[in-house]
Design a protein around this ligand. Structure first.
Ligand SMILES: [Zn+2]
Length: 147
């Protein structure tokens, strides 16, 4: 079940959702793009390991939610064939990027380890840090949520 909550990061009251599962909740704010999970406990070993594996921009922008005792972080959404949304930049100046998946012409495949498709990061679209929703629209994943 999805309910709207007040985002602890950007304070949006309309675009931050909690999705309640049986034993945990997941959180995603469509304004600032921060996400979390009730299992992302502050200081837990799993959480620390998870953060270490994240891109630097994600590590640098961690938000501790002391009300829920969980860590929120910027989303990295890999939708396979549909493309990918990720933050890019520095802690104080980052944007959201949406990159599509493109085919690699047969003659170029050697340059890409034999892959037939790649993420077109050179032509990725940029969105303001508080316009995560538009990046999701571009990916086609928001229709269900806000209509
Ligand atoms: Zn937010």
């Amino acid at each position: 079940m999805e309910i709207k909550i007040t985002c602890p990061v950007c304070y949006s009251t309309k675009q931050c959702l909690e999705e309640k599962q049986e034993s945990f909740s997941s959180f995603l704010c469509f304004k600032c793009g921060y996400m979390s999970d009730s299992r992302y406990k502050i200081g837990s070993v799993n959480m620390i390991e998870n953060i270490k594996k994240s891109p630097k921009i994600v590590q640098d922008t961690i938000h501790e939610d002391n009300t829920r005792d969980i860590v929120w972080m910027l989303s990295v959404i890999n939708m396979g064939q549909m493309g990918m949304i990720y933050p890019e930049g520095s802690k104080d100046a980052y944007v959201w990027k949406y990159a599509k998946v493109v085919d690699i012409p047969p003659e170029d495949r050697d340059k890409y380890d034999g892959h037939v498709q790649r993420l077109d990061v050179e032509n990725a679209k940029s969105f303001h840090k508080f316009d995560f929703l538009s990046a999701c629209d571009e990916l086609g994943m928001t229709k269900r949520v806000f209509n």
